[in-house]
Write a protein that binds this ligand. Structure first.
Ligand SMILES: Nc1ncnc2c1ncn2[C@@H]1O[C@H](COP(=O)(O)OP(=O)(O)OP(=O)(O)O)[C@@H](O)[C@H]1O
Ligand SMILES: [Mg+2]
Length: 409
């Protein structure tokens, strides 16, 4: 028997409830399992009936739809909420999303719009539940085989992505004994070779992807890595910018998939702009370190990025890393957090001397200046993304509670 979608209707007006129930009565894949006239009653019924989808009116006396949705997202997380409103303003939409609604319908809507929304929310919830089971199973059973992919990204250049990616990769080998590969994902103007004082010769992402596209085996991936004296394996950016054109998103994804089967940690220093390659990497990543600094332009771009990240379903894997955290220049951390609507997960101090000295010598500061605060900060970040992966995820989930937003359309 095909799955039928179990729907709970919540609206304070009796005629509206009846009308919606009648409309849905024509659909062969939908079952209206209950109707509630208030937010309180909705929570009581949803807890008992465990519907797949809840049609929720936004304006109700007593408890409004937004409050009810917030409660439901923690009490009955398996139910997807479709919010209904006579007002279509952005603020209503935003508040509904933040409360955990998955869809937003502006009254009056057609029966086609209604059923399309219900089906979409239902299939998304099922997809997510499936993914959660697969991920949990992979973690429990096969976690030994699949490494953690960490993408280091920022929507603005020059904020310290390469500095952080390189030192994170190195310290994970030297202090945490992980098997690590670092990928320079800035294919046109990659700086990893300079920071690690490596000579690309004929080993780079260009040769690797060209080989794969010519039918080469993914097993060959290791032969395209260059080994740094710390033990980090590195896949460098092509030696000249025009070679970057040959690198496709599919090629990069195959490389990352191959690497995560062979290394415990895959660190990718991403480019600072959105294209299909960056998106492909962010999609595959288990953790996205979003680097920001205390500058207005950086903060503005982070805010915009976080909005996009939410629609792409990345919000649970993002960790915000504030670089040069102690150079405030009049902007306070608390204001930034307020402005972007979430907490910074890690901070790294500014240390011009250690960083520039390391850069000029081609020796990462976690090696040349191990005791410095900046090195300790990177070590703490490495511990969070490797050793304590589970607990840091739990922490984030706790702070994120009630913030499940629209999934990808
Ligand atoms: N914590 C820090 N303390 C002092 N200087 C830093 C710190 N982090 C980065 N820098 C300096 O800031 C500059 C930019 O850093 P980096 O190249 O790592 O940024 P990026 O985001 O990778 O830039 P790009 O967009 O060019 O790839 C460099 O000169 C670097 O030495
Ligand atoms: Mg860089």
């Amino acid at each position: 028997m095909a799955d039928r979608i179990r729907v709970l209707i919540v609206d304070d007006i009796l005629e509206t409830r009846d009308h919606l129930a009648k409309l849905l009565g024509f659909e062969s894949d939908v079952d209206v399992v209950g109707m509630a006239p208030s937010g309180e009653e909705a929570i009581a019924q949803a807890t008992k009936l465990l519907p797949d989808v809840i049609l929720m009116d936004i304006n109700m006396p007593d408890m409004d739809g937004i409050t009810a949705t917030e409660r439901l997202s923690s009490q009955v997380p398996t139910a997807g909420v479709v919010m209904m409103s006579v007002q279509g303003e952005a603020d209503y939409l935003r508040r509904s999303m933040l409360a955990g609604a998955r869809e937003f319908l502006v009254k009056p809507f057609s029966s086609d719009e209604l059923t399309a929304s219900i089906r979409q929310v239902y299939s998304r919830e099922k997809e997510e539940a499936g993914r959660a089971v697969v991920t949990a199973a992979a973690r429990n059973a096969g976690s030994a085989e699949l490494g953690t992919v960490v993408a280091v990204f920022s929507p603005k250049g020059g904020v310290g992505r390469t500095t952080i990616a390189v030192n994170l990769a190195v310290v994970s080998v030297t202090e945490l004994n992980k098997k690590v590969v670092l990928v320079d994902g800035s294919f046109q103007f990659g700086d990893v070779a300079v920071l690690l004082n490596l000579d690309p010769k004929d080993k780079s992402m260009f040769e690797l992807v060209s080989n794969l596209e010519a039918g080469g085996d993914a097993d060959a991936v290791e032969t395209y890595t260059v080994t740094h004296s710390s033990g980090v394996r590195v896949i460098l950016a092509p030696p000249s910018p025009e070679m970057a054109d040959v690198i496709t998103s599919t090629g990069v994804k195959r490389v990352v998939e191959a690497l995560r089967q062979r290394y415990e940690l895959v660190v990718i220093d991403c480019a600072a702009w959105f294209n299909d390659i960056t998106l492909g990497i962010l999609d595959l990543a288990d953790i996205v370190l979003v680097v920001l600094t205390l500058e207005m332009t950086s903060i503005k771009n982070i805010r915009l990025f976080l909005e996009v990240a939410e629609t792409l379903g990345y919000q649970d894997k993002i960790r915000l890393v504030l670089n040069r955290a102690d150079t405030t220049l009049g902007i306070r951390l608390a204001d930034v957090e307020h402005s972007i609507g979430r907490k910074v997960d890690n901070t790294i101090v500014s240390d011009g001397r250690a960083v520039v000295y390391a850069l000029n010598r081609g020796v990462p500061f976690v090696l040349s200046n191990r005791e410095a605060q900046v090195s300790q900060d990177v070590l703490r970040l490495a511990t969070a993304v490797t050793g304590n992966r589970q607990s840091s995820e739990d922490d984030r989930k706790a702070t994120q509670k009630g913030k499940s937003l629209f999934a990808r359309r």
